[in-house]
Design a protein around this ligand. Structure first.
Ligand code: PXL
Length: 285
């Protein structure tokens, strides 16, 4: 039997609302990958649309956890990080990569900070440049269109986009440092949206699109990122992994829309878990 892969997922725990660790842990585990966690903060809910949430900062615990793991000689096939709770966590997360990575570790960064043309109000204007430093240390990044614009200091506009625009953004993001780029929310016409990818090592550009389903649901970025990381560790190419992430996420959105639940409650991903490995394998062909 092939040796089981191991991921370190470094995100907050939003206790209610299905995002960050409450999504990454079940999804990556369902793909058969051991998932260790470093919680960066504990919140009663995520910050998207809820008010009055509690926030327990765990910034001071991140490096001690990493150092303890290092002392145990643990090694990781990937380190996956997303929403960072404070500016201070930026340098700490980069230090954590340095502490835990070895030659075979894939550093996957979702630069969660913005959507629909706007930086999340909880973050200072200086945050995107900090997030750019985290991306510099990554092997694969997965920004949405807004995050890409902020990382690149380029203007944002709603879709549709031209193919030249998307290729320009993918290449400019690769110039930051990561070898693999997945750009979500890339749209070439008004009815569809998808994920565009660029692997600088193979030169392959990929694109998977689906019909737009409105309104948008919360937590889809973390579902997408978790499937992407799982599929990459299962040997998918970047374009194949992005296709699995799109397929899985769209099924979650459809279920959630059909159930007509509050859009802040995250997406119904649980029903898709038992078919995740099959989906990843199907897209590898
Ligand atoms: O889904 C990203 C995310 C993660 N964690 C927290 C958030 C968000 C997005 O708003 O608020 C706490």
């Amino acid at each position: 039997m092939e040796k089981q892969k191991r991921v370190a997922a470094i995100h907050d725990i939003s206790c209610f609302g299905r995002c960050s660790l409450t999504v990454a842990l079940p999804i990556i585990s369902a793909a058969g990958i051991e998932t260790s966690v470093i919680p960066t903060a504990v919140l009663s809910t995520h910050t998207g649309g809820f008010t009055g949430f509690t926030y327990r900062d765990l910034t001071d615990d991140i490096l001690p956890v990493a150092n303890h793991w290092k002392s145990l000689g643990l090694s990781f096939d990937a380190i996956y990080t997303g929403f960072l709770g404070s500016f201070e966590q930026i340098d700490i997360v980069v230090k954590t990569f340095e502490t835990l990575k070895d030659d075979g570790t894939l550093i996957a960064v979702d630069p969660v900070m913005a959507d629909y043309g706007k930086l999340y109000s909880i973050f200072p204007e200086t945050f995107p440049d900090g997030m750019r430093r985290v991306c510099e240390a990554a092997d694969v990044i997965m920004p949405n269109m807004t995050e890409a614009a902020l990382l690149l200091h380029e203007p944002y506009h709603d879709g549709p986009h031209t193919e030249e625009e998307i290729k320009h953004i993918l290449k400019a993001l690769a110039d930051i440092g990561p070898k693999k780029i997945v750009l979500t929310g890339a749209s070439y016409d008004k009815d569809t949206v998808g994920a565009a990818s660029y692997d600088t090592e193979t030169g392959e550009f990929g694109y998977t699109k689906r019909d737009i389903i409105l309104p948008m649901c919360h937590g889809t970025g973390d579902v997408f990122g978790s499937v992407l990381v799982a599929a990459l560790l299962k040997g998918a190419t970047l374009a194949q992994a992005a296709a699995s992430a799109v397929d899985f996420t769209v099924e979650c959105i459809k279920r959630t829309r059909a159930a007509n639940i509050d859009e802040r409650f995250g997406v119904i991903f649980e029903e898709g878990l038992s078919g995740l490995n099959e989906l990843i394998e199907k897209n590898k062909k």
